[in-house]
Write a protein that binds this ligand. Sequence first.
Ligand code: RIB
Length: 303
Amino acid sequence: MTKNIVVLGSLNADNIMKMPRMPLVGETMALTDVTTAPGGKGANQAVAASRQGANVSFIGAVGNDSNGQFMRATLLTNGVNVDAVTTNSEVPTGSAYIMLQENGANTILIHGGANQALTTMEIDADVIAQADTLIAQFEVPLDVITTAFKIAKANNVQTILNPAPAVYDLTPELMRVTDIILPNETEAQLLSGITVKNDEAVLNRVSDALLAKGVARSIITLGAAGSFVADGDKRWWAKPNKVHAVDTTGAGDTFIGTLASVIDSDFSNLDEAVKRASIASAIAVTRAGAIPSIPTRDEVDAF
Ligand code: RIB
């Protein structure tokens, strides 16, 4: 059955700076390439879900500028409904500055712009109430996410929280209305206070700490090491698909959008959904860019 998904989140123009390695403090280094591509964790997750065949609507904001038009057009081209995307003339569209190293690893700086100026007034409650799943990240204000998740839960809509970047606390108010929390290893470490290692005992402790915040399920994405799933007391390590990574930007977002597009309302197929999400993100890292790298349903089927 085709899922109806709403993404509440960020729309960024990604400025990608390719470099041999991270520069040292005080060093001047020549970039090997500079490009611009559509991105933002929200946009990436929405496109990932749409390319897997879900019906996707977006709640967010852009500035009244060319990047805003670029991001709207990107969502529309990818079949994402933008009726609930507003234009804020006071601030620019969000932007990201991505330092991409030759080994595919990235470091990202963001300027929130219109994403950070989003208010609860921009939440379209009807769109959320009609969805199967609501996804949000931490690139829009916390009160907006909390309000939207409360609307979702009041209407039996599944909620997936990607606490990225880990700039807010996992408040009890938000955790009460969150079904799955999905951090990467850096975010899991910041949110749990435990140093994350690719070690089952450590990952169990980190998962315990996350679940103790009041959420029933966590999935920690571990890059080339796969992902660690905690569904209450049930724990498993989803092993990675071995690929040659050229650019990891948006891989976590691809995982989340894909997971949301297939997961059942009672979470009974969590194992299968994680496997499919892992395949989609493995394909994404073999290609450049965030949105340009996200695979279609057919590509995931064929992997
Ligand atoms: O997760 C990758 C994304 O993070 C980039 O597209 C960038 O815009 C930042 O939001």
